[in-house]
Write a protein that binds this ligand. Structure first.
Ligand SMILES: [Zn+2]
Length: 509
């Protein structure tokens, strides 16, 4: 079985922002890491182009929903490219093969007796594209997410018999305690089910922008079912002439933010059960990045725009910051000031400096050749079992925990070289063997952390690995002391100082 990881698909009614970048980079770190382990990986992201929110946004601009999608979908593709994201396919829910496959699956669900015609009246949030239950509505009949007033809507709908899946869903949760991670989200997911499930609208009648219901073309499918099915349909047409379903279904992990938990934790597995398809192995629910606009910085102002950050600091710095500043899975604050602080204190001072001073010492004391000696046991000890432990954490989607384990070694190496002070030892030729060992230990340590950091920061670690003569990127190479002693090359600063003119950026007010 392959490793199949997805991001949510993003609404094309707005521009890509930090939240999109966050989910996408998280999935990319997992995909890259699994490829380093030699797994066969399929990594999917894309855009959700149907439904009311998109139709409304297009209308406001006086263009068609398709034009809006055609204009904005490329911006999400551009974001992925800018952040060095290695998705294997980019799905757009307006792709004709997606739409055909949605119709095929839902026709099957219909024919199996899970769909009926009924009348729906409820409080509807147009921005969520979702009816709200009484317990979800907050004071003043407002959407708890968008804080806008909900509309009473009544219409003829096809309904999906969600209530019939109460028991199967309860069983799914009790038999798979890690189906939803982190564990702190399980109760939230279960509470939707424990309240008792009611049937849900499968179609909308007064909306034209969507996938037509094949047995009643007056209706289009409710956008959530169309959107959720992207995870399945993409495999049927992502590679021309090939159906990847056999290799990659069910998904290994869906990465998503907590605001769309209900759809993924309840509707999605029920729909798959109704279609007699295996359910995903795991949902991983991450928190929100809360922008702290008061903590400005000179280079970024008070705006955290992923494009701007990548342009100034490189994509790697942002990819690192995401999992370092906020524990993945929890909510947390991010700010331009916080970003710059981590860039300087951790990336430039801890990792970047360690790399440049180590290579400079090899150049200076050993003419650019790493001594071919056994590295000191105390360094080897630090790296014992590290690769396995990082793998185990990433199997559990613990992106911050894995990064912390690696970073602990970066810090250890910094302290160690400080204690050893090879620059002092090198003054006396009697210490030659000791200096040899220190240099070898440093370069091996750098090689280890860089291979393990490679999924997080592909560009900078790639430059460092190239400079120390390590061409492999697979994790089987992450065995301490195993690399041949190489010639080291030149290395420009991995995280240079960023100088910016003080001119305010457009949109920074
Ligand atoms: Zn809402």
């Amino acid at each position: 079985m392959g490793y199949y990881v997805t991001t949510p698909i993003y609404y094309v009614n707005g521009a890509p922002h930090m939240g999109h970048a966050y989910s996408t980079v998280a999935a990319d770190v997992l995909a890259r890491h699994m490829r380093q382990r030699g797994e066969s990986v399929f990594f999917l992201t894309g855009t959700d182009e149907h439904g009311e929110p998109v139709a409304e946004a297009a209308e406001k601009e006086g263009i068609t929903p398709r034009e809006l999608g055609d204009r904005n979908a490329p911006r999400f593709q551009e974001l992925a490219k800018t952040l060095e994201v290695t998705n294997d396919f980019f799905i757009r829910t307006t792709d004709p093969p997606h739409m055909a496959a949605v119709q095929e699956v839902l026709q099957r669900v219909h024919d199996a007796g899970h769909v009926y015609m009924g009348e729906y009246e409820g409080l509807y949030c147009p921005r969520c594209a979702d009816f709200k239950t009484e317990t979800e509505v907050i004071e003043g009949n407002k959407c708890p997410i968008h804080l806008i007033e909900l509309e009473v809507q009544k219409e003829e709908n096809y309904f999906f018999r969600l209530s019939a899946f109460q028991e199967p869903l309860e069983r799914l949760y009790s038999e798979n305690p890690e189906w939803v991670l982190p564990k702190s989200r399980v109760n939230e997911a279960r509470s939707f089910i424990d309240q008792g499930l009611r049937d849900v609208s499968l179609s909308r009648k007064n909306i034209k922008w969507g996938v037509p219901v094949p047995w009643d073309p007056e209706h289009v499918f409710y956008v959530w079912f169309d959107a959720l099915l992207n995870y399945y349909t993409a495999l049927t047409y992502a590679r021309e002439g090939e159906d990847l379903t056999g290799e990659f279904w069910p998904p290994t992990v869906h990465v998503l933010a907590k605001d769309i938990l209900k759809f993924h934790a309840v509707y999605w597995p029920a729909l798959l059960m109704a279609a007699e398809l295996p359910v995903p192995e795991r949902l991983y629910i991450h928190g929100f990045l809360l922008m702290d606009e008061h903590k400005m910085s000179k280079s970024l102002g008070n705006v955290m725009d992923p494009f701007r950050i990548a342009e100034l600091y490189g994509a790697d710095a942002l990819r690192f910051y995401f999992f370092r500043e906020v524990v993945f899975g929890s909510d947390g604050s991010v700010s331009p000031e916080g970003f710059e602080t981590r860039y300087t204190s951790e990336l430039a001072n801890e990792y970047g400096n360690l790399a440049s001073r180590s290579l400079a010492m090899v150049a200076r004391y050993r003419d650019g050749t790493v001594p071919d000696v056994v590295p000191p046991a105390e360094v080897a000890e630090q790296f014992e079992g590290l690769a396995d432990s990082v793998c185990a954490r990433l199997d559990a989607v613990d992106l911050s925990g894995a990064l912390e384990e690696i970073w602990t070694r970066v810090r250890w190496l910094n302290r160690w070289v400080q204690d050893q002070a090879p620059w002092t030892l090198a003054k006396d030729p009697a210490n030659s063997a000791q200096v040899d060992g220190i240099l070898r230990g440093l370069v091996e340590g750098l090689r280890m952390v860089s291979l393990l950091l490679h999924a997080y920061m592909p560009a900078t670690t790639g430059r460092l690995l190239a400079a120390i003569g390590e061409e492999r990127r697979e994790l089987s190479a992450a065995v301490f002391g195993e690399a041949p002693a190489p010639e080291v090359g030149e290395l420009d600063p991995l995280f240079p100082r960023v100088e910016v003119d003080a001119e305010p950026k457009p949109g920074a007010e």
